[in-house]
Write a protein that binds this ligand. Structure first.
Ligand SMILES: [Zn+2]
Length: 365
């Protein structure tokens, strides 16, 4: 098959500058690479933070890391996905949002490949960095060596499959860190996309009761379809909220509390919602400016566990795929991608996503 010579990419020159569609050259994939024709890329909250300049991202930049695509050409040495399924041109795939220069201390000894030295992510590099096509807001993407690839089963729609490699896999890792067991009670602070996946996964892991907290009434209503049994508006006074949660999580508090709202100010109250020996997991405070004052004595006396989770282990991507395949009839994951835009309308997609007019905007080249 003859490769196309160029592909279109949406490039932004500086934070908040409009995206401009540019053409950049394509080449044959090098060993260990895959050239993919993008089918869909969803706008993650972290894309919005990068675009607005709240977190450092080099410019002129290409964004988009929640991506699925169809294999155009495989580089030498790549014939199977990480589960051992054969890969061939035409296959629909997802892949880890990050890639590493090679095995190192953090990937091999500590077991945190997402923290390997020199790790980089799709949608996080300048467009001038070869091979130029390494983000989701475009027609093509090169999957670079030391990424983790999974072939997608036909049963999943593109909308169900695209959030797998960031939103779903991250919440698999977060709920794993929360060590949710059969019959437990879980509180989720924030009912955006991560919170909804988190609620559904907590239920699938056997939670008896999932409580959601969000300021937006429509989010609290929607959450009921994703496994949230009780939803509260955090604008009520803290003592009342705490009493309500303790009453629901007898005898004295939740087994696990998960932060996925990105607001550091909610952390102290979240810790107070825990029972003795409970676990608090941070999953949303991705911005560098996230200072908060805690009563450390409470952590000590209640023997609490505090965990931070950033991205995920490749095994979590496999679990994410299997979770969505197994639970797509129980939870309406197809509803989550609620705005689809062609590449030419990327500026409108970003504005709608930033203003929360849509839950997950998707760009289809
Ligand atoms: Zn993301």
């Amino acid at each position: 098959m003859k490769l196309p010579t160029h592909g279109r990419l949406a490039v932004y020159a500086a934070p908040n500058a409009p995206f401009v569609i540019e053409e950049h050259p394509l080449r044959t994939p090098m060993p260990g690479e895959v050239l993919v024709k993008i089918r869909m890329s969803t706008i993650c909250r972290s894309d919005i933070h990068s675009y607005q300049g709240h977190r450092p991202n080099p410019c002129p930049g290409v964004l988009g890391h929640e991506i699925i695509g169809t294999i155009v050409a495989l580089g030498a040495g790549l014939s199977h996905d990480m589960r051992g399924d054969p890969l061939a041109p035409g296959d629909r795939i997802t892949w880890s949002e990050y890639f590493i220069p090679g095995p190192d201390y953090f990937s091999e000894v500590v077991g945190l490949p997402q923290k390997a030295r020199g790790v980089d992510k799709y949608g996080h590099m300048t467009v001038t960095t070869p091979p130029h096509h390494h983000g989701g807001f475009g027609e093509y993407c090169y999957i670079l060596p030391h990424s983790w690839i999974l072939r997608l089963p036909d049963v999943l729609t593109d909308a169900e499959a695209t959030p797998l490699n960031c939103g779903v896999a991250t919440m698999i890792a977060v709920t794993e860190a929360a060590a949710i067991r059969l019959g437990q009670t879980v509180v989720i602070q924030g009912l955006g996309l991560l919170g909804l996946y988190g609620a559904a996964i907590a239920k699938a892991r056997g939670a008896r009761l999932v409580i959601g907290i969000d300021t937006l009434a429509e989010r609290r209503e929607r959450a009921a379809r994703f496994g949230v049994d009780l939803a509260f508006d955090p604008m009520m006074d803290d003592a009342t909220l705490l009493n309500e949660i303790r009453a629901a999580c007898r005898p004295e508090g939740a087994d696990a509390v998960i932060e996925v709202c990105g607001v550091p100010g909610v952390i102290p109250l979240g810790i107070e919602m825990l029972r003795i020996g409970g676990t608090y997991v941070l999953g949303g405070v991705v911005n560098p400016a996230a200072r908060v004052t805690l009563n450390a004595n409470l952590l000590l006396k209640k023997m609490l566990t505090l965990r931070g989770v950033h991205n995920y282990h490749p095994r979590n991507l496999i679990e994410a795929l299997d979770f969505v395949v197994a639970n797509r009839a129980r939870f309406p994951f197809h509803e989550l991608v609620d705005g689809i835009y062609p590449l030419d309308r990327v500026n409108e997609a970003m504005a709608d996503a930033a203003e929360r007019r849509v839950l997950r905007a998707a760009i289809t080249p």
